[in-house]
Design a protein around this ligand. Structure first.
Ligand code: HEC
Length: 159
């Protein structure tokens, strides 16, 4: 009896750990049976555009680091400014969005669009945090913005 219980518990925990460790769980159907984890959809960019896109990506990460530091220092306007100009709607021009968008599958374009919108929403929430002193809503908005980074990376890879 005790052994059965321990076994069942052990099994349940193993399954839970596996589920948690699979970053693709629930994101994408695996169309090749037996092959795990699910493949990301390959997307072909011309080589120069791919290099430029990856450089932009590294700047996205740098921008998030700067935003986090500004929040820690209660520099809310600075955090909003980084978000809007480097990740938000205002960054579209700078990233040559029109040129890249035509190479993206629709779902990837939507992820990109969601990211820019969420970054602009964060910028507003950060400015509000400056007025209210409550950073919670801004952190929530930042997390939602990062959710679109995660979603796109889980779904697509560049070739
Ligand atoms: C519209 C889709 C999309 C969004 C949104 C997106 N990325 Fe990416 N990112 C990609 C793809 C595709 C790659 C290439 C991954 C691969 O081929 O393995 C990439 C690569 C990267 C890399 C690696 C760069 C390198 O030099 O290899 C970093 C860092 C990165 N992204 C950060 C971010 C951050 C931070 C965000 C959110 C603020 C973000 N990305 C949002 C699609 C996206």
């Amino acid at each position: 009896m005790k052994t059965t219980l321990t076994l069942a518990l052990g099994l349940a925990m193993t399954t839970a750990v596996w589920a948690a460790a699979d970053p693709h769980a629930g994101h994408h159907a695996d169309n090749s049976p037996g092959a795990a984890p699910a493949a990301r959809e390959p997307v072909r960019f011309p080589p120069a555009l791919k290099a430029e896109t990856l450089a932009n990506m590294r700047d996205h990460l740098l921008a998030i680091q700067e935003i986090t530091a500004h929040l820690a220092d209660k520099q809310f306007d600075a955090a909003a400014d980084v978000a809007e100009t480097r990740l938000g709607i205002s960054s579209l021009q700078r990233h040559g969005a029109h040129e890249v968008a035509k190479y993206m599958p629709a779902g990837m374009r939507q992820n990109g669009h969601a990211m820019h919108q969420a970054a602009s929403r964060f910028a507003v929430a950060a400015q509000e945090a400056g007025a209210t002193g409550d950073v919670g809503p801004a952190l929530r908005a930042l997390s939602q913005m990062q959710g679109s980074c995660v979603a796109c990376h889980a779904g697509y890879e560049l070739k």
